[in-house]
Design a protein around this ligand. Structure first.
Ligand code: ATP
Ligand code: MG
Length: 556
């Protein structure tokens, strides 16, 4: 999509108005993950929105780790987030930042607020503070410590920083209004004591800024113009503005200040996007890990075979809105299928193999058949696939007693072996239990696809096959939805809604060239869907395949 044809949305309209009014001369956004988990499909929406806007307006988008909480954050998550944003196709150039790099500034600004009598050290217990906060209908009550002198506050805050107090003994609070109708303005805490080692700053600090204090400062220090966040931060916006405005008045920050804009988070049917639930799925081993191809994480999506372009297309398609909506997973899958259809070369795979013997084909003989790599893209050329006396076909492509309208193999019927010959079924072998173990056919030597005689044969069935002698026998994992209901957990425990058949592992017979598939190579297996060579379990010369999606939505 070009700039001109991009659908406008309320965020673009606000940005356009800001630029037109001369409030900002450029657009600078940021994606600010907290490194306390792996990124999921919801984050992809935020990433595509922030990086996409920066790109469209010729601005910049920062990747910033919001690492203000020392206890839950880990380097493993930092690394996986960097990988995931890159994988989605975005580039932050030199703009990689950590909130923890601003701890010094944040502390300095907190002292400035104290000196301006805009912050104070509160020594109430957490319980007292809760009681005095009030409710939605009742105003809060001032803390008995609210009127400490500037000198007393400064001294206490410095001693907090010096490590003289245990966790929870004091907090620094903004001094705003305990009677405000917006609870977020009732003297929110901005610093707390936490004797914890931080993944980036080690033991340099034992007081840490609260997210609501840190985040606006990070945005302002980086010159962010539009700070996009999800709707639950709407009530925080007055504090965001209060803080930045006061810090600018105190000379700590430059104007123009960033503007916070909220949008609806992504909710998708058949998945859970809460970090807590995702962690539970991993820790309780309901899945094989964060990158299990059934997980709605970006590492999972990557192994599953979903494409970055499909994510970007999906983000464009759903756009941004001001109110929460539940998007059907089928919409996401359809975006992925569109991309996969355009980009995945075709290959042949028999997923439920049954032997087909061509009785009148010479025993040791073999020959090549030509198959296009993509039916709509002749420029992708053709490949050859070997043909011989014994082939694998799908078990469902043979029946002894054909119902009306069944055009595949049954005794007496003729079908085309796709890209090969026309064959006529002459019977089958069975084991003692009556199961079909092989199908017998005879072939018509002048019927080969692409030869002048081929057109003389009119058949309705067109079956795919692989030569038994040449086939690559592979492990293939057929993934399905992780949850069996559209809204997991709506009726209680989300774990009770897990789909017990979300993965099926089979041994399939694949066209021989697939043996050389490289990890992460994607294909359409004709008639079956889209598959990818798994990036973790594949060995050189022995790829394992994951099904990304069926050709159509089989869930309806
Ligand atoms: P937490 O509860 O740990 O804060 P989070 O899902 O908000 O979880 P963050 O790492 O803080 O995770 O999120 C980074 C960015 O991604 C934030 O700007 C957040 O608003 C955005 N984001 C998170 N989940 C979604 C979602 N479902 N849809 C759109 N954006 C999301
Ligand atoms: Mg968050």
């Amino acid at each position: 999509m070009t700039e001109e044809t991009k659908p406008s949305n309320f965020i673009r309209n606000l940005i356009d108005a800001d630029l037109a009014a001369g409030k900002y001369s450029t657009v600078r956004t940021r994606f600010p993950p907290e490194p306390n988990g792996y990124l999921h499909f919801g984050h992809a929406k935020s990433i595509c929105l922030n990086f996409g806007l920066a790109k469209d307006y010729g601005g910049a988008c920062h990747l910033r780790f919001d690492d203000t909480n020392p206890e839950k954050e880990e380097q493993e998550y930092v690394d996986s987030i960097i990988d995931a944003v890159r994988w989605l196709g975005w580039d932050w150039g030199p703009h990689l930042y950590y909130a923890s790099n601003y701890f010094g500034k944040m502390y300095e600004f907190a002292e400035k607020l104290i000196e301006a009598n805009l912050a104070y050290v509160d020594s109430q217990s957490a319980e007292e503070m809760r009681q005095n906060r009030g409710t939605l209908t009742e105003p809060g009550r001032d803390s008995p410590y609210r009127n400490r002198t500037v000198a007393e506050n400064l001294e206490l805050f410095r001693r907090m920083k010096a490590g003289e107090f245990p966790d929870g003994a004091h907090v620094l609070r903004a001094k705003i209004d305990m009677a405000s109708p917006n609870i977020n303005l009732r003297d929110p805490a901005i610093y707390r004591i936490k004797h914890a080692t931080h993944h980036n700053t080690g033991d340099a600090w034992c007081i840490y800024p609260m997210y609501t204090y840190a985040h606006p400062i990070e945005d302002a220090l980086e010159g962010i113009t539009h700070s996009l966040c999800t709707l639950e931060f709407e009530d925080q916006r007055p504090f965001y503005d209060w803080l930045l405005d006061n810090l600018a008045n105190l000379g700590c920050l430059q104007r123009p200040l960033p503007r916070q804009i909220e949008f609806a988070r992504l909710n998708l049917t058949y998945v859970v996007l809460s970090k807590r639930k995702l962690i539970q799925l991993v820790e309780e081993k309901h899945v094989a890990g964060w990158d299990d191809p059934r997980m709605p994480t970006l590492v999972g999506a990557r192994r599953r075979g979903y494409t970055p372009e499909g994510f970007r297309r999906f983000a464009e398609m759903i756009g941004v809105a001001k109110s929460d909506a539940l998007i059907d997973y089928a919409v996401f899958e359809e975006c992925q299928r569109e991309v996969l259809n355009e980009t995945a070369p075709r290959r042949i795979a028999v997923l439920d193999p049954l032997k087909l013997v061509i009785d009148n084909y010479p025993d040791g003989q073999e020959e090549e058949c030509c198959a296009p790599n993509h039916p709509q893209k002749p420029e992708w050329g053709q490949r050859t696939i070997p043909f011989s006396k014994e082939l694998w076909i799908e078990r469902e492509d043979f029946t002894e007693n054909a119902p009306k309208g069944y055009f595949r193999l049954f005794p007496g019927n003729r079908v085309r072996l796709r890209y090969g010959y026309v064959v006529e079924c002459v019977g089958c072998d069975k084991d003692a239990a009556g199961n079909v173990t092989a199908v017998h056919c005879r072939y018509f030597p002048d019927s080969k696809s692409g030869t002048p005689g081929a057109d003389a044969y009119k058949v309705k069935g067109n079956l795919h096959w692989v030569s038994a002698r040449h086939a690559y026998e592979a492990r293939v994992r057929l993934y399905d939805r992780l949850f069996k209901v559209p809204n997991p957990g709506a009726e209680g425990d989300f774990l009770a809604d897990l789909n017990p058949d979300s993965v099926k592992i089979i041994t399939a017979q694949l066209e021989p060239a697939l043996k050389d598939a490289q990890p992460e190579e994607r294909f359409q297996f004709e008639r079956h869907g889209y598959f990818i060579a798994d990036r973790v379990d594949s060995q050189p010369g022995a790829p394992v395949f994951n099904r990304t999606a069926t050709l159509k939505d089989s869930w309806k």
